[in-house]
Design a protein around this ligand. Structure first.
Ligand code: TRP
Length: 336
């Protein structure tokens, strides 16, 4: 079978849980990278609502988040005509392939997943089967499109490794059915940490409001969050492992302006943390001001957003259909 389904560009796919609120970390660590990929690759981005219900969600909020995330992606520069943007539950092939892959994934493999162990500990009263099975659905998301590259953070590497193992196992039994995917880890420097706790990643579902900078925070709130950001003892703007607060702010600045750490150090030499933090705040605010304006315009047109999702789901389903058909065929199911 032609794994590229007639397309010359390599397939990229990633999934995002529509929970929490998108942060500056999501923008600099993932979104900016996706925007750079859109010319060169055949990109697919799924709002993985099926994954999201492995933890309890408020239905109204879940629906709102899907629209919010989509509108923000577009406002940031992700072009719906160049990327396939869709909601996972709109493409039934995801759940169908997940079932099949369940039968080719070992319980022992799932028992080793560190994210399952973490989430079970945090959610001891709701350790549901979906949470356990989460990595298999993720493997289905990826393998359904003959995906070559999967842009993910470090925390998803183990899940991706499982998707590779399942693909290899299936291929070994039935021939060359699946493309074996590879992780695409963003370049260093774009891993943004919390503003209050710079030793752990800025998270979109962080309990502490001040720790994360949300893309839709009012601009004056952003300014305040930066001014209150944790720095370190000393007064020098210098990049160093033992100054995680300053290093994080420098990473943010560098990711936006493209300046090197050396250049940033020189620019703020002898000026103290106050001036530095105000400088970072200004650059971030001026980057996000036009994004927020575009967001408001796009978000207002809900029928327009719905059309984008409908179109995305149709394109995704068309891409997925021959792969699922082939899977069913090699298993011996009667063709539909
Ligand atoms: N598990 C991923 C996360 O929490 C989300 C995800 C679901 C995903 N399906 C995917 C990521 C497929 C990459 C590819 O971040």
């Amino acid at each position: 079978m032609n794994k590229n389904q007639g397309s010359k560009k390599a397939v990229v796919l990633s999934g995002i849980q529509p929970s929490g609120h998108l942060t500056l970390g999501n923008y600099l660590g993932a979104l900016k990278n996706w925007i750079a990929l859109q010319e060169q690759y055949d990109c697919h981005y799924a709002l993985v609502d099926l994954h999201t219900i492995t933890a309890r969600q408020d239905p109204k909020q879940l629906r709102e988040r899907c629209y919010e995330f989509l509108a923000l992606y577009i406002a940031c520069g992700l072009d719906p005509s160049k990327n396939v943007l869709f909601v996972q539950s709109h493409v039934p092939a995801h759940a169908r392939l997940a079932w099949v892959l369940n039968c080719y994934t070992m319980v022992g493999e799932l028992n080793r997943m560190t994210q399952f162990k973490d989430k079970s500990q945090k959610n001891a009263n709701n350790i549901n089967a979906g949470l356990y099975d989460y990595p298999v659905l993720m493997a289905a998301d990826i393998l359904l499109y003959q995906t070559r590259f999967v842009p993910v953070g470090e925390d998803q590497k183990q899940h991706l490794e499982l998707a590779r193992d399942v693909a290899l196992r299936f291929n070994k039994l039935y021939g060359d059915v699946f493309q074996v995917p590879e992780p695409m880890i963003p370049r260093v420097g774009a891993r943004i940490m919390g503003l209050q706790d710079p030793t752990s990643k800025m998270s979109k579902s962080d309990g502490s409001e001040a720790n994360a900078l949300y893309l839709l925070d009012p601009l004056e709130v952003m300014d305040r969050k930066f001014r209150r950001a944790v720095t370190d003892s000393g007064a020098e703007v210098r990049y160093s492992e033992d100054k995680p607060g300053v290093a994080n702010l420098m990473s943010i600045l560098s990711a936006i302006t493209g300046e090197s750490f050396v250049a940033i150090e020189a620019r703020f030499a002898g000026q103290g943390y106050g001036v530095f933090k105000a400088g970072v705040a200004e650059v971030v605010i001026e980057t996000l001001r036009p994004v927020q304006a575009r967001y408001r315009e796009i978000r207002e047109d809900e029928p327009g957003l719905h059309r984008i999702l409908k179109d995305g789901a149709e394109r995704a389903a068309a891409r997925a259909a021959p792969v699922l058909r082939r899977v069913h065929e090699v298993l011996g199911f009667i063709p539909e």
